[in-house]
Design a protein around this ligand. Structure first.
Ligand code: MN
Length: 252
């Protein structure tokens, strides 16, 4: 199995290092890492179009790129890998990517880009439970190990991406895997305004909103209950259920 590994926290981040160390040690896996040279969290599916991308080769099939996660996977699949990988893995992200956060996520974006280019893809995030910094990357690695055992039977219909969120607890405390849907958040908190040393206003993007739809069946709920959340997502954003209503509205 040949895996293209990427992330949005940067190629030196502890999450991607943990996953790389694990994959590298496996005899049956070859792994190519193409990841951003710095933290690119929150960049979503952006491509760098007005500047050149620079690829830096490190040891052992590890490459960093001065670009976004999407740039990395794009470059990895169309320029770096001599042989097409079997799957794209993105992560392990430092922090959850659940509910509406998925729209902004560079971790999920790397997986989406793999999917756009024809490959099965899995995004993996380590979810802090009480606002504390995450620490149990080994738990997320174990979750990936379990998923890879089943990867031959992966129902690859050419559309699906798996968005995986792992609670930040020891593996022995994980209660199992739970297939979920994306929850939803309330509207984000407002921006935080401050002043620069010259007295001009500056702004920081504020925290996300509170969980709104976080009941049973959602990713939020599963992770809070100690389960690894597995949400199948797809790139087609069409809202099929309202196609007919939209036609009726236009004709009214
Ligand atoms: Mn990140």
């Amino acid at each position: 199995m040949h895996i293209l590994l990427s992330n949005d926290d940067g190629y030196l981040a502890p999450g991607i290092r943990a996953l790389w160390n694990y994959l590298q040690a496996r005899q049956d896996v070859t792994v190519t890492m193409v990841a951003p040279d710095r933290n690119q969290s929150g960049t979503s599916s952006s491509l760098t179009l007005s500047n050149p991308l620079r690829l830096t080769a490190h040891n052992n099939e590890v490459y960093s790129v001065n670009g976004t996660p999407t740039d990395c996977v794009h470059l990895g699949l169309t320029g770096v890998c001599k042989q097409e990988p079997d799957i794209v893995l993105s992560g392990i992200n430092e922090g959850a990517n659940m509910g509406d956060d998925v729209i902004y996520s560079g971790t999920v974006a790397a997986a989406l880009e793999g999917r756009f280019l024809g490959l099965p893809a899995i995004a993996v995030s380590l979810a802090s439970l009480h606002g504390k910094p995450v620490e149990h990357y080994d738990t997320a690695v174990k979750a990936v190990e379990e998923l890879l055992k089943k990867i031959k039977q992966y129902p690859d219909n050419g559309k699906m991406i798996l968005n995986v969120n792992v609670p930040d607890v020891p593996w022995s405390s994980i209660r199992g895997f739970w297939v979920t849907r994306l929850g939803q958040r309330h509207r984000s908190e407002p921006v935080i305004e401050d002043r620069d040393p010259r007295g001009r206003p500056i702004y920081w993007v504020g925290p996300p909103g509170e969980e709104a739809d976080a009941g049973e069946g959602t990713d939020f709920y599963a992770v809070r209950q100690g389960f690894v959340s597995v949400t199948p997502i797809r790139t087609d954003l069409t809202y099929y259920q309202v196609l007919n209503d939209t036609v009726a509205w236009l004709q009214s």
